[in-house]
Each structure stands twice: as structure tokens, then as C-alpha cells.
Design a binder for this molecule. Structure first.
Ligand SMILES: [Zn+2]
Length: 302
């Protein structure tokens, strides 16, 4: 980066400057298959980010109250979610910070034993964009090692904590040989991730804040952040996202958190949604990894 460019205001930037920023990480070819596995018209990718205590720890917080909310994710949230998934025969993906896995190894072993995927979700839910390259690289690699050691399966995908993506994240993900990322939002279908104009070989399975429970339910006792959206409305939003994906014949991806949605008044959203989806024909529930593998192998040529 030229120093004189840094001092310019964005409206003064030469074209090459803003193009280089936009091109660092960019959506390339869509990887939308004509049909999903078994001839399904819609693929359903449910995911759960097992942040637990790391949301407090990553802020250097030591609040015993907030840590107890994180522990609820392990004691109540995960078991309630796993029971629902088991009852309906649904496989899903769990993105787990290494610190969560070290706090709760038995939880990870149970998740893996029940046939779900475990993916990388940072070390302590750190913000990648605040880290120097070497620290980010070291944490991402150590996180994969911890998950593999505990759950017995090497992760093949990453969801960056808070979907925070540094200019180095994709290069590290590629270097690690991961097959996919699930932190970006450029499409509703899987796509090739381009890095500086070249295909990185990493597939994006896109997320969106709209399909994330935290947006609607988070609260902060000492700030004005409150859950302003009733659970019935959250269900309605998720249902509409699925209904449109089904109508278009595409992918429905959802992100939930055990310590946010694993409550008596909220966890029904997951079960009602699964019931609604299973009431439709030709739907394929799968882990993020399986969906990415299928999309990569069967993408319609464009
Ligand atoms: Zn998270």
C-alpha cells in the first residue's frame, strides 16, 4: 500500500486502490447444482456455534454471571438441540472454539458420535481482523489440532468467530487444506472464493445475519441491547427463508447458538422448523461439509 494513498480520503482513491480492496476476497463462480443428493430440490444446512463461555472470555471478561450463561450452552442448550436433531434424524454442523472443546471434551465427543460435523470456530472466539498474521495462523492451526485430538476427526471447514474475516484468513484456510469456509455473505448458494482475482480452491457456504438467532435474541444488561423480536417472529423469518429456498430450488443455511436458543421458550423454533421442512418432499438435510462436497462435484456449468 502506498503511503500517499493511505492519506487520501476514500472519495480521492484511485481506481486501483478500491479495486484491490474489493478483490482481496470475492465471490467467484456459483456452485449451485441443478439437483441435490438423491434428486432433492433443496439442501438444508443447519449449524450451531458452540461459543459458550468464549463470548465473555474473548473480551477479557471475567463476569461470573455471563460465564454461567455460557455454561448453560453446555448443560442445557446442547442436550436439548441434540435430542431434537436425533428425534428427527437430522445431521448438522457444530462450529466449536478450541477453548470450548477443551472445557467440554465430552460434549464434542457426543456431537461427533451422533454423526454431526465439528468445524473450526477460532481459539477463544477472537476477532481475526485484530490479529497479526502469525497469531491468526497459529491459532487457526492449533484450533484444528485441538478439535481433531478431542473429537477424533480432523475438521475440514471453518466458520470465523463473529464471521470476522481478516485479509489473511482465506490464505491460511487454503494453506491448511480446508475445503470450505462458512463466514461470508455474497450469495444464497455455495460459491468459489476468489483471492486477488484467482480461484482459491476454497468453497464458501454462505451465512447471513438474517438467518442467525443471535441477532434477534442477544441482550446486554448494562446497555440498551434487548431481544426485540419475539420467538414466533424469528420462526417466521427462518421459515420464509426456507420456503423461498425450497421454491427456488437451492440451499437453506441456518446458524443458531446453544447458549442463545437452547431455552424452553425458544428451542421449539428449531423443532418446528425441522417439522415444517420435513413436511416437504425432496429435501436433503446434510452437514456443511457434505453439502460443499456435493456442490463442488455437481455444480451446473455456467
Ligand atoms: Zn461464535
Amino acid at each position: 500500500m502506498k503511503s500517499e494513498n493511505k492519506e487520501l480520503a476514500p472519495w480521492q482513491w484511485p481506481e486501483e486502490r478500491w479495486r484491490a480492496i474489493v478483490d482481496r476476497v470475492r465471490a467467484g463462480r456459483s456452485l449451485r447444482p441443478a439437483k441435490w443428493q438423491g434428486g432433492a430440490r433443496c439442501a438444508v444446512a443447519l449449524s450451531f456455534d458452540s461459543d459458550h463461555e468464549t463470548n465473555e472470555l474473548r473480551e477479557a471478561g471475567e463476569s461470573i454471571g455471563r460465564l454461567s450463561q455460557g455454561q448453560y450452552g453446555n448443560r442445557q442448550g446442547i442436550p436439548r438441540i441434540l435430542e431434537i436433531l436425533h428425534r428427527h434424524g437430522v445431521k448438522a454442523s457444530f462450529f466449536v472454539p478450541a477453548v470450548t472443546a477443551l472445557l467440554y471434551p465430552d460434549e464434542q465427543r457426543r456431537v461427533a458420535a451422533e454423526g454431526h460435523e465439528i468445524g473450526i470456530h477460532g481459539w477463544i472466539h477472537e476477532r481475526n481482523s485484530e490479529l497479526p498474521l502469525e497469531a491468526e495462523r497459529d491459532l487457526q492451526m492449533r484450533s484444528a489440532d485441538v478439535l481433531e485430538k478431542i473429537a477424533g476427526v480432523r475438521p475440514v471447514g471453518i466458520r470465523t468467530p463473529s464471521w470476522d474475516f481478516s485479509p489473511n484468513t482465506l490464505a491460511i484456510t487454503r494453506e491448511m487444506g480446508l475445503i470450505y469456509d462458512s463466514s461470508l455473505m455474497a450469495d444464497v448458494d455455495c460459491y468459489e472464493l476468489m483471492m486477488d482475482g484467482q480461484d482459491s480452491g476454497v468453497v464458501e457456504l454462505p451465512v447471513e445475519w438474517i438467518r442467525d438467532d443471535a441477532v434477534y435474541f442477544n441482550m446486554n444488561r448494562f446497555a440498551s441491547l434487548r431481544p426485540y423480536t419475539p420467538p414466533t417472529d424469528v420462526f417466521e423469518i427462518f421459515k420464509r427463508e426456507f420456503d423461498a429456498a425450497y421454491a427456488e430450488g437451492g440451499l437453506f443455511q441456518l446458524t443458531m447458538h446453544p447458549h442463545i436458543s437452547g431455552y424452553r421458550s425458544r428451542v421449539w423454533i428449531l423443532e418446528e422448523l425441522i417439522r415444517h421442512i420435513q413436511g416437504k418432499k425432496d429435501v436433503w438435510f446434510a452437514t456443511h461439509a457434505d453439502i460443499v462436497r456435493y456442490a463442488k462435484a455437481h455444480a451446473a456449468s455456467t
